[in-house]
Every structure is written in C-alpha cells, then in structure tokens.
Design a protein around this ligand. Structure first.
Ligand code: DGY
Length: 429
C-alpha cells in the first residue's frame, strides 16, 4: 500500500466488504459475527463516508443488549461455523435473541457516540440517533456499576480476560493461573486462520473455556458469579475507558435535556476517577490492574497504563511526567510502536497477539489521550508509526513491533476504520 492515492478507497472497501447488513464483521472467517468494541471503532470509520450506515452499526450492536443492561462482547446475528466458541457454547439463546456471548467488552460506545455526533454533517439524523441510543447506553453503564462493582469501590471487575479486550496480555497470567483448565474436548477454529504462534496458547484457551462454562452453569446469575468466579480482575484499561465514556455519556445527557441522568453519570465518573488514582504503582512507575480475589497488584508492564490520558484522570504533574517518560522509553526501544507489552518485560513476545504486537486502535486511543493532555509530539509519533505500519503491512489485525510485519486477520475492519478517521495521509498525492 505504498502509494497514498488509493489508501482511503481501499479502507472503505474493507468496511463495505465486511458489511453483513448493518453490522460489520471484524475480519471474514476468523471473526464472522459482530464484536462490541470493534463495532464502536468501526462506526467512526463509517462516519467518514456514510453517516446513516455508521449509526446503523450501533443500532445493530444494541440488538444484543440483555434486559439487565449487559451489552455482550459478541452478537451472533446469523450462524457461522468458522468461529469457536459460537452461540451454542455460550448457551444464551433461551435468554436472548439474537444469541450472544454472556460477557462484555471495553465500553467505548458512549465516547464514540459523542464523537460521531460532533462530527455529523447530518445534525437531524445524529440527534435522532443519539436520542434512541441514550437510554441503551445508560442501561449498559448502570449495569457495569451495579453488577461489576456491587461493593461500590469505584472500580468495575472483569470475569474473563476477553472482557478486557487484551485477551492474553501478560497482565492476566497470574489471575488466569488460578482458573482450572477445562477437562472437556473442544475444537479451536482460530488457529486454522492464524499461525498458532501468533494466537493465545492452548493453556489459556482451556481456562477461557472453563470460565465460559462456569457462567452458563451459574445461570448467568450476577451475584453468584461475582462471589464464585475464579477470575475477578479490576482492569486499569477498561476502567479508564469506562471513566471517559461515563463522562461523555453525562455530556450527551446534558445536551439532550436529561439532567438527572447527567448528574448520576457525573457522580459515577467522580467515584471511578478517585478509585483509578489508587491503581498507580510506585514500584512499576505505572498504573496497574488488580486481582480483586487476592488483592494483588498485577505489575506486568502493558500499554494499558497509557490509557490514563484517554481516561482524563486528574493526575499530578509528577505522575504525568513519569508516565510520559515511560511512554517515550517504550517507543524508543522498538522500530514500530507502541508494543502492547514493554519489550524488556518477561512476558513480551513480539508475535503473540496481546503479548507484544502493536494494535492500531489502541495507538489511536492512547494518542487521543496524549493530544488531549497537551502531549502533541507524542500523539503525532504514534500516528506516524501507525500509518507506516498499515502502509507497509496492510489492513491487518496487529503488527510485530520489531519487524513491522502484519499478523492476524486480514482486511481487518477496525484497522481500516482507524486509517479512515485518523491516520490516512491528509492529502491524496
Ligand atoms: C477471540 O476469539 O480471539 C476474541 O478476541 C475473543 O473475543
């Protein structure tokens, strides 16, 4: 993709090619359904050339919302046999149609809806779309606070590494080790599409499957799962994303005359901001996650720490300075940034999914935060690096930070979306 001329057109063609009727699959074959945080990013990509299709993406995502408010991480609109675990594995079809998974994913949607409404050329359409989405977003955020923070700590917990979006990050190694591996037979499909050296290990999958089965056996009962789940982690990254989204939701409520809901969300954001500050680790010089079953801090050095700026946390000038120095150090150590794990960390693997590779949408989120905090040069460095990875490697799922090679799914929707709204060259030359 060395020439800039066709860049945008090719990115649009990826989204159009992955459109399955109002929703976008992340990548044909490997991920044949609608994924939650993928669709949020992708909607912003559609916004650059088809506004009504962009809003439709979110409507279709919320078709998966449960009565409890849970917005699942996968919506199985139509059957496909190229993915494991599919709808029958999750066992949710008695509870919801279309069937879905029973877990969630980082809550980007409210922030994306705010961005979409601010970029909209068709203000009437945007107003109607936001008015319809607002109650659904509110139900989802209330679900996080009610079911995932029942003790009112200000931090929500994840019950499965897939909820963090950073599936096999070294940050989850210790809590996942406490989960028994499943003893039942199952057949992965992902390694039929992607080299197994670039996907999570079998030992990780054995535990992913155990957790999924545990949710079904618990009848998806929130209280029972909170009390008994062998994996329960307050993920710094997800909580930072939730903080930002809750503030954005409060702002959307204000603009739509929902002052009570706006105050409720602002108060929730304040609690979350205070609690997130407590995840700073002096030892790591970074924000870290916490295993809330053991109380242990999860000190693995992952790029999530740099979501602090995206979350708009109120941090001291001293912490800001240390975080920025850490960021520049990470970038300086590899030819292609930003690796998902620090290259000197024991869990770093340049090829393996969330253990080292660069993820374009994470670069965008981090750059958004950096720019908002006044760190324009660092934001520009991430944009430049992402652009050059995509230009040379194509619209791939993730990239090797040492070689720049593109890995994982091809024709990847959120990579194309990020190119469209963020890092494609400004001018077609
Ligand atoms: C996968 O199947 O790899 C997904 O990341 C889980 O949502």
């Amino acid at each position: 993709m060395a020439d800039a001329a066709g860049w945008r057109e090719r990115a649009r063609r990826v989204l159009v090619g992955n459109d399955r009727g109002g929703y976008t699959v992340p990548s044909p074959g490997l991920y044949p359904f609608q994924w939650n945080w993928d669709s949020a990013v992708v909607a912003l990509g559609w916004m650059t050339f088809d506004e009504s299709r962009a809003w439709r993406e979110l409507d279709r995502l919320f078709e998966g919302q449960w009565d409890s408010g849970l917005l699942p991480h996968i919506v199985f609109h139509v059957p496909a046999d190229t993915y494991f675990p599919g709808p029958s594995e999750w066992g949710t079809s008695d509870r919801h149609q279309p069937p879905t998974s029973s877990i969630s994913q980082p809550p980007l949607a409210a922030t994306i809806v705010r961005m979409m409404s601010e970029r909209a050329l068709d203000a009437g359409l945007a107003n109607r779309a936001v008015a319809q989405l607002l109650p659904k977003l509110l139900r989802w955020h209330r679900w996080w606070f009610r079911e995932r923070d029942p003790e009112g700590t200000g931090l929500v917990v994840t019950f499965h590494p897939w909820e963090s979006g950073l599936d096999n990050s070294p940050a989850w190694d210790a809590p996942l080790a406490a989960v028994p591996p499943t003893s039942r037979a199952y057949a992965r499909r992902d390694t039929g599409f992607v080299d197994s050296a670039r996907r999570p290990r079998q030992a990780d999958y054995d535990r992913y499957v155990h957790l999924m089965d545990f949710f079904r056996q618990a009848g998806f009962d929130a209280g029972q799962i909170y009390a008994e789940c062998p994996y329960r982690v307050a993920d710094f990254g997800l909580n930072a994303i939730l903080l930002r989204a809750t503030e954005d939701l409060a702002e959307l409520c204000r603009r739509h005359g929902e002052s009570g809901a706006a105050e409720e969300m602002s108060a929730a954001a304040d609690r979350s901001r205070r609690a997130l500050a407590g995840l700073w680790s002096e030892k790591a010089g970074a924000y870290v996650s916490r295993d809330t079953r053991t109380g242990r801090s999860l000190e693995a050095r992952t790029h999530s720490t740099f979501l602090a700026w995206y979350g708009r946390m109120a941090q001291s000038a001293e912490i800001d300075r240390r975080l920025l120095a850490g960021f520049n150090d990470w970038l300086a150590r590899v030819p292609h940034g930003l690796p998902s794990t620090h290259p000197d960390a024991p869990g770093f693997e340049a090829q393996r999914y969330w253990r080292g590779p660069v993820w374009p949408h994470m670069n965008w989120l981090i750059a958004q935060g950096l720019a908002g905090a006044g760190h324009a040069a660092e934001a520009a460095a991430l944009r430049h690096s992402t652009r050059s990875l995509i230009a040379h490697g194509g619209f791939r799922e993730y990239f090797n930070p040492l070689t720049g090679e593109g890995y994982g799914g091809s024709d990847f929707s959120w990579t194309a979306a990020v190119a469209l709204f963020w890092c494609a060259p400004e001018k077609i030359s």
